[in-house]
Design a binder for this molecule. Structure first.
Ligand code: HEC
Ligand code: HEC
Length: 411
């Protein structure tokens, strides 16, 4: 009897392992890279430091989230200027374009990882953090290649992308160069071509992992409900109907299922978040740091491109984030922050903001809503005064909580 049960257990385990660990070699390589702390200047920070699976591939530190909600890089005291969005469910964002007259696609809150060079915004994005002085902080892309070559998964790299990068003649001081903030590895031009290619391959491997079923499992209660394998409670059901209703809550106008985004850009009129440490980082004034810093979002990025004419009309615009896993947290008292600057500390708060932003005297916890950080281009058609009742706000929040992966259906 016991033996039979053990057998059944073993078979179930094998079956679940087969469905969960379905990573191919390229995805597995991307996963190793995504979690490798050595790929940062002080060998102390991986992508996962700011994009962790337990919270839906966003920021995993409750204390940081309740304060400024921006994360420190590999170098102590260097904070970024925006809240990490989810690295999951991002792989379908198209190359940034305005072919419909509206800007759609790209990566980052402001779209600046456009996909214009690699044809894939997700892969292009993955090259940024390694070299960002406020994130992993390495001085040269060749350092990323060097450290992947030196890793315990270097054979997997060769299996997926070939042997070429093993032929690079690394300069003797490469370790030293890669542990300092400024400088470049002294490589022949042929070797430089090889490391440039390898760096792109590293980025493509990360993108493959970020697009894998492990990162995008579609295992929320909502997904099982859509397949007929779960029942929503009456409250969740009312929330879903409001969410989809284009004349009441209007959420699905922009958060289009099943990804809960249409990759477009809007200014919700979110106030400044004075707790953002970036305001006190005067050394980054060149990058906008300091108390007078204003986050102009997409418009500011367009200003640096050939689409300067479009900049002003896109000031204050940020990309619609997916709402999948928006409530995923390791325990109930864990705080998550919402919005590009993490201004909101709960789903209740942000839903109340959508409903009452423009209602005189309205606010949160006894404080009136503060003015928008960027007053131009604020969306007044689809939000600000939705006339939802407190019950309806709470129904929408209940629905948002059905979007967390890892639900186990009863059947
Ligand atoms: C120190 C924290 C930090 C680290 C480390 C980090 N990120 Fe991020 N990530 C962020 C922040 C902050 C943003 C948003 C920045 C912005 O919009 O300007 C972001 C944005 C992203 C996005 C864009 C998602 C979207 O929908 O636009 C992806 C994908 C991503 N990161 C993946 C990665 C990968 C891959 C790595 C490792 C190579 C990485 N991140 C390392 C903080 C971090
Ligand atoms: C006009 C488009 C639009 C509509 C309508 C809309 N949203 Fe959003 N939503 C956005 C954009 C854009 C952001 C990011 C804005 C920013 O941070 O500056 C966002 C952010 C969010 C976030 C924060 C997610 C995160 O990871 O930080 C939540 C939660 C959210 N919306 C829920 C809703 C709900 C619920 C509704 C309906 C009541 C709704 N949205 C209606 C465009 C929209």
């Amino acid at each position: 009897m016991l033996r039979k049960r053990l057998w059944i257990c073993a078979i179930i385990l094998l079956l679940t392992a087969a469905t969960v660990a379905a990573l191919n070699d390229k995805e597995q390589l991307g996963k190793n890279i995504f979690f490798d702390k050595k790929l940062s200047i002080n060998e102390n920070q991986a992508c996962a430091a700011c994009h962790s699976p337990q919270v839906g591939f966003t920021g995993p530190d409750s204390i940081i989230n309740i304060l400024g909600s921006v994360y420190e890089g590999s170098i102590d005291g260097r904070f970024g200027n925006r809240k990490p969005p989810a690295a999951a469910y991002a792989g379908d964002s198209p190359v940034l374009n305005n072919s419909t007259g509206l800007w759609i696609g790209g990566m980052f809150w402001d779209g600046r990882a456009t996909g214009w060079t690699l044809g894939d915004p997700l892969a292009e994005q993955a090259k940024g953090p390694f070299l960002n002085p406020m994130e992993q902080g390495l001085p040269d892309s060749a350092c990323v290649v060097y450290r992947v070559n030196d890793s315990d998964y270097s054979n997997l790299y060769k299996q997926v992308w070939g042997n070429e990068s093993s032929s690079v003649k690394w300069p003797e001081d490469i370790k030293k160069v890669c542990s300092k903030e400024h400088g470049q590895a002294n490589l022949s031009s042929g070797d430089r071509n090889i490391t440039d290619d390898a760096f792109n391959n590293i980025a493509r491997s990360i993108a493959a992992y970020e697009r894998s079923t492990e990162v995008n499992p579609f295992t929320s209660k909502y997904d099982y409900y859509m397949k007929g394998n779960a029942t929503l409670t009456p409250k969740e059901m009312r929330g879903l109907e409001l969410f989809n209703n284009s004349t009441t809550a209007r959420c699905a106008n922009c958060h289009v299922p099943p990804l809960f985004t249409d990759f477009s850009y809007h200014n919700l009129g979110i106030p400044k978040d004075p707790m953002n440490p970036f305001y006190y980082e005067y050394r980054w004034n060149g990058m906008g740091g300091g108390i007078n810093w204003i986050d102009h979002g997409l418009g500011e990025f367009l200003n640096t491109t050939e689409y300067q004419n479009a900049a002003v009309n896109n000031y204050g615009m940020h990309k619609v984030p997916t709402l999948r896993n928006v409530d995923k947290r390791p325990h109930k008292s864990f705080i998550k922050a919402y919005g590009h600057n993490g201004y909101f500390k709960s789903l209740k708060e942000i839903v109340h903001f959508y409903n009452t932003r423009d209602v005189p005297g309205a606010g949160w916890k006894g404080k009136h809503w503060q003015p928008a950080e960027v007053s131009a281009n604020v969306n007044k058609d689809e939000m600000g005064n939705l006339s939802l009742t407190p019950q309806e706000e709470s129904d929408i929040v209940a629905f948002l909580k059905t979007l967390s992966d890892g639900y186990i259906p009863k059947k």
